[in-house]
Design a protein around this ligand. Sequence first.
Ligand code: A3P
Length: 300
Amino acid sequence: ISSLPTEKDWVPGNLYQYQGFWHPSKYLQKILTCQNQFQARASDIFLVTLPKSGTTWLKAMVFALVNRTTYDPKSTQHPLVSNNPHELFPFLEFEPRNDDNQVDSSPPPRLIATHLPLVSLPESVKKSACKLVYLCRNPKDNFLSLWHWHFSNNPTTEKWEETFEKFSRGVNLYGPFWDHALGYWKQSLENPERVLFFKYEELKEDPGNHLRKLAEFIGFPISKEEESFNVVDQILELCSFDHLSNLEVNRTGKLLSGHNKSSFFRRGEVGDWKNHLTPKMAQKLDEITKEKLGASGLTF
Ligand code: A3P
């Protein structure tokens, strides 16, 4: 548990089912510790995602929004120019439980990411007034992106068909995909002041208005004055796929999680599944989606 993870720790063969979801076995102990010890604060901002649904992008946007008076989004000295977004925005369940814990040592508002399903969130998070932003993505693109990510980090382990079968059965990082999304979807309907639900496709379609909505929700609304000097466009440009993926800091090196930094930037498009999934595979995921999401109102 204490040794650093390697890329092999994230593939379906090394997952463990806990509270109905598949977690990397290596991190289970940390999850239990978080569940027992983590104390949420009302000012915390949580970003909740399934891996490969746009976490890196949203981390960059939230970081840029919250820190925009300290760091000018146009500046070439901006932290997002010299750091991978994951280095600025820690995951609750991956941080060491010691003095190096980036979550514990952050000034308010703490920016905290998590892949944990709703059921596994620490009780203090559930009871707190903190904000949760959930981002998900069409399961076909999500699966495709996940597979490429496994493959680009660990080319020998993953097999396309086998990984697809597992994903369909819910055996993937923090899967089942549908249960993860549905849990937060229902919360966003019941508690819209606490949970904001986004889809990657909507963000791509209308990033400006989604950024404004996000800013409002997390308590950092864009003022009229800021609108007049195009702060929204500046943040979108800073966090854009083209900008981030071409930065030297995101092209080389690894994160502490063992992943290549470049593996978080592939194509950044909607609908790439059409170039890779067979019609049969697409149909299978569509059928599962229809069956699992039913009349919930959540669609992809
Ligand atoms: P693709 O593999 O489809 O290209 P996560 O950040 O949750 O790991 O998700 C990674 C996915 O988000 C990848 O999708 C990646 O290319 C895409 N992505 C990363 N940065 C992005 C950005 N700034 N804008 C849009 N998509 C981005």
